[in-house]
Design a protein around this ligand. Structure first.
Ligand SMILES: *Cc1c(COP(=O)(O)O)cnc(C)c1O
Length: 823
């Protein structure tokens, strides 16, 4: 806890306005939507993709009375009793606070960086060392300029060891992280070969990463990733590498995957490692076979050997490691429930992130938390009890089900309503009585409580082909587009056709939480589904028809009006219902020639609208026919000019302001003069990059399936219907569980389609069947049940069968289960 005066000094505030000198600060807040412990919080206005200064009011309303700002023009008179500290740069202030907190910390700090494996190594070390050390660690993969600062702010001297992850995306970032983290021990995981934007060369990238370790006592790293000329000059290093001649401290002499027999399950697979350390041969058996996991385990073994753990202890603990899933998952559950599965780790920071996500869900009336004891968190301490009581009081939970002896023992001191269970087995036994129905259930359990067994019972069954949707990517793509449209321009998000195949309320919830201004769907049914799932944003319906006016109006859905026929009948309908001022959207056809009034109909339209008190024109819009194709430049500029004229006149005639919009995804990027008052973001939101923008989109969905069977065939054989799959050589053929009924077009047959297995492209062979298809995997090593990425490159796949990515996405059939990830 810091006094406001101390904060002022630490951040070297340039100007202060103190109304409440007694304020003490315990928590740092940067997101007005997630404020907690407001009384003891300070809100830092960051100028990231969204400007935090726009949310000062929201934070104030949530109870915050302390602010760090950089904008000189903040009107503090609007914030009675609040303290304001001015700095040049909010992020720098946040980092100074983090660095100060770190300097007060007496424990050891292990810092991990690398292109891959940071989070996994962090989580594994946490498990491997938990017996001897009380450890705190970065929540999830909080490793950015902001994430690291927030992680360090949590440091407490009650925990003698901290493990902090550091990630960078461009030059100049690592020094700032190093200054904050001040690590004692450094760990470098793997360095990727891919040339990353943000770095002029691979050497530059390595140099930048090594900046983290300039002051460490010890550095642990895989020798092969660091060219000799960059060898770190550090008092102690501990290296591992492959081969006897490698001169590394730990040498990998042999590793061989012990593939399971066909009869045993894949989870039995392991790898035998032969290592040499200090002249002795050490043998380990590790429970993974993939290359990335092997490297991560070697890094962990290196640290343990460095800390003088015995090989026997290391073996015992390594055998218990499991793959790490850091992202929470949202899935469909039984009896119309939604399940948020976050059962890998459990600490207060991760619990809060998961509860915030639960809070965003509107699809069911009830919200339920199933929570296990929290390791390292002693309910016996008053401060811990206070924290958990205040955290849970903050959320609107229908029921809280607690599992574990610690909660059991302190039940009487918990101030929220709850039901107790001794252990996971007792909970599962009680499931029939709990009768979960139509609720959103958050499963938050520590590893050793094995909540995956609860998840299994509560999750609806499905076959193995899934569409994985990364909600963070959607959020990030949205923010990328927001950042390039002028301030004040509104954002309509297109969620028609099941959000381009990716989901209904699951996507709408995240868009509503991120405060887009409008949603648009194609049909009334789609809008009704969103309303029933609790979506309150305004929703435009692009193809309304007379039969659906009733439910359109009763669900507050706003129709696109494109012709006199539909306008007149809608006015008629509203008149009969005695409704006035119902919002409508006037579509004008400036050249697409699909739906819309023709520009020359403007006079007749205005005449009709002026007398019609039943409707109010909320917006007027048009659609560009060739926004992505610059060869049609003159045509597009003509569309924009026609639209401008039409809407100016419409607005002048009806006498009130309307929202004007014409740009969709390509329009936003290619036609800045077309932004008007609002843009309609579609395909870009879902991460498909069709126009060269100066930002990178994140892929929002990945279609995955797996290998059902592998066969070895002679060239005399053929594969599939019609014997179309001819073989040119002795071949290894894999059957995978996806076919044209899942949306994998028959056109992908006979080598046109390519899928990805273990990072390698493999072609289809023979015709695509309804539920399956076959791949030629002769050139790669794989096993049955291995994962298959169906569209490694969506844009290329679309080209291969002469279509566009839009069609591939919306064709992924509804029988393919959607699973949502969020971190
Ligand atoms: C689908 C659609 C959009 C979105 O287009 P994208 O290219 O996916 O951004 C915008 N406006 C209208 C009228 C649409 O039908």
């Amino acid at each position: 806890m810091y006094l406001i005066e101390e904060i002022t000094t630490i951040i070297e505030a340039q100007k202060v306005e103190i109304q409440a000198p007694q304020s003490v600060i315990q928590s740092l807040q940067i997101d007005s939507r997630k404020i907690q412990h407001a009384a003891e919080a300070i809100f830092i206005a960051l100028k990231a993709r969204r400007d935090g200064h726009n949310y000062l009011k929201d934070a104030y309303q949530a109870g915050v009375r302390n602010f760090i700002v950089s904008d000189r023009l903040v009107k503090t008179a609007e914030f009675p009793d609040a303290n304001f500290l001015w700095v040049q740069d909010g992020l720098a202030a946040l980092q100074k606070l983090a660095a100060f907190q770190r300097s007060q910390y007496a424990g050891k700090v292990i810092a991990i960086t690398g292109s891959n494996g940071k989070t996994i190594v962090k989580e594994w070390l946490y498990e491997l060392l938990a017996k001897e050390y009380k450890i705190q660690r970065s929540p999830k993969s909080y490793n950015s300029q902001i994430g690291v600062a927030l992680s360090l702010w949590q440091l407490s001297n009650d925990f003698p060891l901290a493990i902090i992850e550091a990630g960078i995306s461009q030059e100049g970032e690592m020094q700032k992280l190093a200054d904050m983290i001040q690590p004692t021990v450094g760990i470098l995981t793997a360095i990727g070969v891919a040339h990353r934007a943000g770095f002029p060369s691979k050497i530059a990238k390595i140099k930048e990463k090594l900046l983290l370790f300039e002051q460490v006592e010890t550095l642990i790293y895989p020798k092969k990733y660091i060219p000799t000329e960059l060898t770190p000059q550090i008092p102690h290093t501990f290296t591992w590498d492959e081969g006897e001649s490698s001169q590394a401290d730990l040498q990998v002499l042999a590793s061989s995957a012990q593939a399971a027999q066909a009869t045993t399950s894949k989870s039995d697979n392991s790898t035998a490692l032969t290592l040499r350390y200090k002249g002795e041969i050490l043998n380990f058996e590790i429970p993974f076979t993939d290359h990335a996991s092997l490297e991560n385990v070697l890094t962990c073994i290196s640290l343990l050997l460095y800390l003088a753990y015995s090989p026997a202890t290391i073996q015992a603990r390594i055998s218990k490691l499991k793959p790490v899933e850091m992202r929470l998952q949202l899935k469909k559950g039984v009896r119309n429930c939604s399940i948020i599965d976050d059962s890998y780790s459990n600490d207060l920071a991760a619990l809060k992130i998961a509860l915030d996500f639960l809070q965003q869900q509107n699809q069911h009336p009830l919200k339920t938390l199933i929570l296990s004891d929290i390791p390292d968190f002693s309910v016996a301490e008053q401060s811990s009890l206070r924290k958990i009581n205040s955290l849970l009081a903050h959320y609107d939970l229908h029921r809280v089900l607690l599992i574990g002896p610690a909660f059991h023992a302190y039940s009487s001191q918990l101030t929220f309503e709850h039901v107790l269970f001794e252990d996971t087995a007792a909970f599962i036994a009680a499931l029939p009585e709990l009768a979960f129905t139509n609720e959103t259930i958050l499963l938050k359990g520590a590893r050793n409580f094995h909540f995956e067994s609860i998840s299994k019972v509560l999750t609806a069954k499905s076959h193995d082909t899934v569409l994985e949707i990364n909600l963070n990517a959607i959020e990030s793509n949205l923010n990328s587009y927001k950042a390039i449209i002028p301030k004040g321009v509104k954002m309509m998000a297109m969620v028609k056709a099941f959000s381009y195949g990716s989901g209904s309320y699951e996507i709408a919830n995240i868009l509503q939480f991120n405060k887009v201004d409008y949603l648009a769907v194609a049909f009334v049914d789609e809008g009704v589904d969103l309303r029933q799932a609790g979506i309150t944003l305004p929703i435009m319906v692009m193809s309304p028809d007379e039969n659906t006016f009733e439910s359109l109006v009763s669900n507050q859905l706003e129709p696109e009006i494109y012709s006199f026929r539909i306008l007149k009948s809608f006015i008629q309908f509203l008149k009969a219902q005695q409704i006035t001022d119902f919002p409508i959207h006037i579509k004008v056809d400036t050249g697409m020639h699909r739906l819309g009034f023709m520009p020359e109909e403007i006079e007749a339209l205005c005449a009709l609208l002026k007398d019609a008190e039943q409707v109010k024109v909320q917006s007027s819009f048009s659609h560009l026919a060739a926004a992505s194709d610059l060869t049609h430049r003159t045509f597009t500029l003509g569309q924009i000019a026609k639209f401008d004229r039409f809407t100016q006149e419409l607005q002048a005639e009806i006498g009130y302001p309307i929202i004007k919009h014409i740009a969709a995804t390509s329009g936003i990027v290619n036609w800045p003069s077309a932004t008007f008052d609002m843009v309609r973001l579609g395909i870009g939101l879902y991460g498909v990059e069709l126009d060269a923008a100066d930002f990178h989109l994140q892929e929002a969905s990945v279609l995955k399936t797996n290998v059902t069977q592998i066969k070895y065939l002679e060239p005399t054989e053929t594969v599939g219907y019609g014997r179309m799959g001819k073989l040119a050589r002795p071949s290894k053929i894999a059957t995978v569980k996806i076919g044209y009924a899942d949306g994998y077009s028959r056109k992908f047959g006979n080598g046109v389609g390519k899928m990805l297995i273990h990072g390698q492209l493999v072609p289809t062979v023979g015709n695509i069947c309804m539920d399956m298809c076959m791949l030629d995997v002769t050139d790669i090593t794989l096993q049955e049940e291995d994962e298959v990425i169906v569209f490694p490159d969506l844009i290329q796949a679309a080209k291969d069968i002469d279509t566009i990515p839009y069609e591939l996405l919306v064709n992924i059939s509804q029988r393919v289960k959607r699973v949502y990830f969020y971190e």
